[in-house]
Design a protein around this ligand. Structure first.
Ligand SMILES: Nc1ncnc2c1ncn2[C@@H]1O[C@H](COP(=O)(O)OP(=O)(O)O)[C@@H](O)[C@H]1O
Ligand SMILES: [Mg+2]
Length: 620
């Protein structure tokens, strides 16, 4: 087609188009059919009280949540079916600053830059520029944990700008900030708009929406109950409100009539009969003077009279006759949402299930997968190095077990040991297995903390390899386990333990235990993705690991156990791994149960890696 024959500039696809969007969490309907459109290059304000559904909408748009019905598009790309393409275009700053507390500001930005696909040098440059721009240069090398609320917000915002996204989602960017920090965020928002970025921001403050947004949608109970520019909304509410407190509620009706005479609108339904809050058509002192004079000449007693700017409460009172509800569980809104594009409404678009991608990854995908996994691993190792107390505590517990069993129970156990084997030699390989088994719960705790702090949300909203977050976690835990095993060996040597089969056998012993620990890490990653919350993950882990470790050959030979327990203990992968580690440590040659142990480890990995990746993708 020749260009001149084309119709004159068809309007570009809206930056966001949402139609009939529904999202339920169990019995709660967080989004009850939302329709809206955001024009490219503008700021769209989503205004609503707590529980209105703002965060849910942002999470759907940022590809973190799948809707139950309806459609959402970002620059014409479907957020469910074209999620990777959508992730390439968006930046997300969630409601709670998702920064890594242990890393410095610079390290945070560098990490996110790498995960956005920048080279190390590019990421460094970009981090530098953003630190300058967001006034964080002085604090750049301090851990983010030491930052003030405003600094965290700025760092969080900078983290979403590493690749200059086409659209930025800001979820309550200023909630909880002092006025100065709020003004700084507002200035940044205005700058970004000046550069052509489209912004969708949510807020609980009418003033903020009015200051920043070209278009505002008021949302309540998961529905858009009003839409317009700030001025349009304020016209409905009144640019300013005149507040009158009467000395006697009996004069309320007369006072209302008098104030209507000076141009005030209908009063909002108020809680107190001696009070009137009315939209004030004109600004300033003139109105106050007129109102005061008229009330006085009508003989109406007034104890207080003043002008104020409308709040969210006023907007809601004016629009719905009700104050904003806190939890989305109150009565339904009176107005129904405007329906924009019914053709876009579609039936449920859930498509659950385990999706197996049979296409082999391309070279580029593979390279970025390796980089992403490495960046996340390095980040987790850094955590470990910055918190040496964790290493100490991780080692103290197995040391206590060694001391307890060697010096307290050892005498009693000795009789049931194979002929000629010292208890400390029997015990240490078992302690290796015990250490990695108990430490596996740390995988769950670390992942659960990342989930709680919103770091995982940021990862999931980025165009990075999705399994890298999980692989980075389990690989770092593997490295940590190897370190702890090294320490345990040193301590073992101090109290008389010796490897009897030579160095290669000793290495094999450690390798089997580390591999078993790696498999357990994946089980616990799955636990963390399923139960939610670090404490729950830890508790669940303990309940599973405790009986497995004690009903095994870790501390004592299973031959000393009653038959019913022995049957269980002999089949347990903990026993098998301990036996293999022990055999490698104490004898020459290949352990008899190596095949069975390898099958267990391989089987656990084959089952739990895909389960984790699937769960991670479908997390809500
Ligand atoms: N993951 C979730 N599980 C269960 N309920 C949720 C979840 N996320 C949000 N909700 C519920 O959905 C409603 C809307 O929440 P949200 O989108 O966070 O509102 P807002 O961001 O406007 O405060 C609330 O009632 C909230 O309790
Ligand atoms: Mg929210």
């Amino acid at each position: 087609m020749v260009a001149s024959e084309m119709p004159a500039d068809p309007s570009p696809a809206p930056a966001v188009r949402v139609a009939g969007l529904v999202k339920r969490f169990g019995a709660t309907t967080a989004l009850a059919g939302v329709d809206l459109e955001v024009t490219q290059g503008t700021v769209f304000g989503l205004l609503g009280p707590n529980g209105a559904g703002k965060t849910t909408l942002v999470r759907v748009l940022a590809t973190l949540l799948e809707p139950d019905a309806g459609r959402a598009e970002v620059f014409g790309r479907d957020v469910v079916h074209e999620a990777p393409a959508v992730r390439e275009m968006l930046g997300l700053t969630g409601q709670f600053a998702a920064v890594d507390e242990i890393l410095s500001g610079r390290e945070n930005l560098h990490m996110f830059g790498r995960l956005f696909g920048l080279s190390s040098a590019e990421a460094e440059q970009r981090a530098d520029a953003l630190l300058q721009r967001f006034d964080l240069a002085d604090a750049a090398d301090r851990p983010a944990r030491t930052y003030s609320g405003g600094m965290r917000r700025r760092l969080d915002l900078a983290s979403s700008l590493l690749t200059r996204p086409r659209i930025l989602f800001l979820d309550e960017p200023t909630t909880g900030l002092d006025p100065r920090s709020r003004n700084e965020i507002w200035a940044i928002v205005r700058e970004l708009v000046g550069e052509g970025t489209t912004l969708l921001l949510t807020t609980q403050y009418l003033e903020e929406a009015d200051q920043l947004a070209d278009q505002i949608a008021v949302i309540d109970h998961g529905r858009v109950i009003a839409q317009g520019t700030g001025n349009e909304l304020k016209d409905r509410v009144g640019g300013q409100l005149l507040e009158v407190e009467l000395t006697s509620s009996a004069q309320r009706d007369r006072a209302q009539a008098v104030l209507a005479g000076v141009g005030c609108g209908d009063p909002a339904p108020g809680a107190r009969p001696d009070q009137l809050t009315l939209p004030a058509p004109r600004d300033g002192l003139e109105l106050i003077a007129d109102a005061a004079a008229q009330l006085r000449s009508a003989g109406i007693g007034v104890s207080d009279l003043g002008l104020r700017r409308p709040t969210l409460d006023d907007v809601f009172l004016q629009l719905t006759g009700l104050p904003p509800s806190e939890d989305g569980a109150g009565p339904p809104p009176v107005a129904s949402p405007p329906t924009t594009n019914t053709a876009l409404r579609s039936a449920a678009i859930r498509h659950g299930g385990l999706i197996l991608r049979l296409r082999p990854p391309s070279g580029r995908e593979l390279r970025s997968a390796v980089t992403d996994a490495w960046v996340v691993t390095a980040r987790n190792l850094r955590h470990f190095i910055r918190q040496p107390q964790l290493l100490i505590f991780s080692t103290i517990q197995p040391v206590m077990f060694v001391l307890l069993f060697v010096y307290v129970f050892g005498g009693a156990v000795r009789g049931s040991l194979p002929h000629g084997v010292k208890y400390v030699d029997f015990l240490l390989p078992g302690i290796f297995v015990q250490s990695v088994a108990f430490r596996a719960t740390q995988t769950a705790i670390g992942l659960a903390e990342d989930l709680e702090r919103g770091v995982v949300d940021r990862f999931r909203s980025m165009p990075m390899t999705r399994s890298a977050v999980l692989l980075g976690r389990t690989l770092a835990d593997l490295v940590r386990n190897v370190l702890i095993l090294g320490l345990m060996i040193v301590i073992g040597y101090l109290i008389g333990f010796r490897f009897h089969g030579g160095a290669p056998q000793a290495l094999a012993s450690v390798a089997v235990v580390a591999a078993f620990g790696f498999a357990l890490s994946w089980i616990f990653a799955f636990v963390a993705l399923t139960v939610r919350g670090a404490e729950a993950a830890q508790a669940a882990g303990f309940v599973a690991i405790f009986p497995l470790v004690f009903a095994s050959s870790v501390f004592v030979p299973v031959t000393s156990m009653p038959d019913w327990l022995r049957t269980f203990a002999e089949a347990s992968p903990v026993t098998l791994t301990a036996d293999v580690a022990r055999s490698y440590a104490l004898t020459h040659g290949i352990p008899s149960s190596l095949g069975e142990t390898a099958a267990w480890i391989g089987g656990l990995l084959v089952v739990f890696i895909p389960l984790c990746v699937w769960r991670y993708r479908r997390m809500s």
